[in-house]
Design a protein around this ligand. Structure first.
Ligand code: HPA
Length: 270
């Protein structure tokens, strides 16, 4: 694994002239932020050695290197989901590579179903913590001390400092944000009403099918993490209706520009 990470990092370093310290992972369909990246170099995942091979032909996404608000960043447009069939090492490989090229701060985004009864569709949730309910752990197996400790601390998986900064940015821009705990589950089914109730009961505010593996690996590697989730539907008793992928995308599209604004200013303030 170490050799593959190094190989991929060397390939990317040969393509990147700058020295970015901030990485961004954008949820599926949440590509609005990349329209704000200038001085761009786009690198298709297919062309990156050792990157997971897409299950959807030709649409696996790309890595975008450039400047966001004048600051050097590397952004992943599209991620690898566990439900697509990738194992956890593949899902989190890009995070290892980001660390190897010098990324210190990782910003992540996703869409989720809200289980907090105070939430509304279209809310932007700052992720304060997570619960890992994936059936496979990304750090299971031999630990490489070069990558991080055997038993990583997770007491501040999402940087408190970045959360405070993001809230201040939201307030200045009059953008409504909520805060909460994200529970990560494998999918690809959306939840039954009983499952939504269960997630609420164990302390979640929103549920989704991504992010947690990448955040675990980022913490293992000592990166600072900030996460935001767009609440695209509600798993709240009395408000549960049929959820479709299309609706999730549609709500995500509407709210994205607000998330982009917060992320852009946050990158500038890091
Ligand atoms: N459940 C799981 N993942 C999701 C949801 C949901 O309700 N909405 C968007 N992603």
């Amino acid at each position: 694994m170490l050799q593959k990470i190094q190989e991929t990092a060397d390939f990317l370093k040969s393509k990147i002239k700058s020295n970015p310290k901030t990485g961004i992972i954008l949820g599926t369909g949440l590509g609005n932020l990349v329209t704000q990246i200038t001085d761009r170099t786009d690198i298709a995942y297919e062309t990156i050695p050792n990157f997971p091979v897409s299950t959807v032909e030709g649409h696996s996404g790309k890595l975008i290197v450039g400047k966001l608000g004048g600051v050097d960043v590397v952004a992943m447009q599209g991620r690898f989901h566990y439900y697509e069939g990738y194992d956890m090492k593949a899902v989190t490989f890009p995070v290892r590579v980001m660390k190897a090229i010098g990324i210190e701060n990782l910003l992540v985004s996703n869409a989720s179903g809200g289980v907090n009864p105070d939430f509304e569709i279209g809310d932007l949730m700052i992720i304060t913590d997570h619960i890992n309910l994936f059936p496979e752990h990304p750090l299971r197996g031999k630990n490489h001390p070069e990558l991080g400790p055997r038993f990583p601390d997770m007491s501040e998986a999402y940087s408190k400092e970045l959360i405070v900064k993001a809230k201040a940015i939201a307030e200045q821009n009059k953008i409504k944000v909520v805060e909460g705990v994200y529970v990560g589950t494998s999918g690809p089914t959306f939840e039954t009403p009983a499952e939504y109730r269960y997630f609420r009961a164990i302390g979640a505010d929103a549920v989704g099918m991504s992010t947690v593996p990448e955040v675990i690996v980022a913490n293992h590697g000592g990166m600072r993490v900030f996460g935001m989730s767009i609440v695209t539907d509600l798993g709240v008793p009395g408000k549960i209706v049929e959820v479709t992928h299309e609706e999730v995308q549609e709500i995500g599209n509407k709210v994205q520009p607000l998330m982009t604004q917060i992320m852009k200013e946050l990158v500038q303030g890091i």
